[in-house]
Structures are given as C-alpha cells and as structure tokens.
Write a protein that binds this ligand. Sequence first.
Ligand code: FES
Ligand code: FES
Length: 159
Amino acid sequence: MAYTITVNGKQRTVDVDAETPLLWVLRDELDLKGTKFGCGMALCGACTVHLNGVPIRACSTPIAAVGSSAITTIEGVDQSEVGRKVKAAWLTLDVMQCGYCQSGQVMAATALLARNPRPSDADIDQAMSGNLCRCATYVRIRAAIKLAAGLPTADTREV
Ligand code: FES
Ligand code: FES
C-alpha cells in the first residue's frame, strides 16, 4: 500500500505493508541510515526519531500509524535551532565513542531541550533513561545537554 509521509520537511511516498516499522521505511526505502537498529523492541532508543517533535521508537511504530505527522530524523535535526545547538555541543565535547547509539541520543536530547530549555539533572535522567549506550558515554551526554542549554557543565576531560 502507498503511504505519503513527511520526513525532514519533505513529502515522501513509499509502497510497503501497513505493519512495516517506520525504522525500515527510513533506512531501506528512503536511504536515511542515520537512524539505527538496536533491539527492535522499543528498549534501547537507538532508533529514536521525532513524530511532531515527540521522541518515538521507529522500530516499533508501524508506517500506518504515522499519518500526516511530521517525522524528523538525525539527518534533519539541524533544521531547528535547538537541534543545531545539540549537535554542536556533541561535537565540542566529543561525546561519541563507537557512535552507534548517538543519533538516538541526539534526537532524545533535542526533544528534551525543545520542551524544557533548562532541564535539571533529574529532567535529563528521566528524558534520556530509555536511550542506552554500551560505551557508557552517559557523563558526556549529560554534559553536552547542559552545554547546549547554556547551563554550567562539569569538567568532562577525564571521562
Ligand atoms: S531499536 Fe528501537 S528501541 Fe531499540
Ligand atoms: S557510543 Fe557506543 S553505544 Fe553509545
């Protein structure tokens, strides 16, 4: 069945089954490979994208559920000022290690700062708790979120 969805501000039409997860539409049909497959069960956050600005798990969102909602992926995150700040902070603090989880982390962080520009540590913990990192970059992730928000950050040189 044909579905027309809006991804990073552009309308795209794909012909897939209704149950096809958005993740595979993005990666295999639209060649947007920045969104990653981790667990496939909504448990790790590697596949996080935005649906109308809200972070969702693309691995467990069927294409039929997307409708006219606006999808933003890591390839389009810098279309917003918040997304640009988050990306810049990530690069400044060299957050990535293997990088596999990081597009999901950036998407979750961007959604957090878009709705809460000055998050507390508890706010950050809550917003980011579903995004796992096997390389344990959590300290740098938190510091980058604070840097993007213009909040004081701890010294991260040793982490
Ligand atoms: S791949 Fe979607 S949450 Fe893990
Ligand atoms: S940077 Fe390797 S899994 Fe997060």
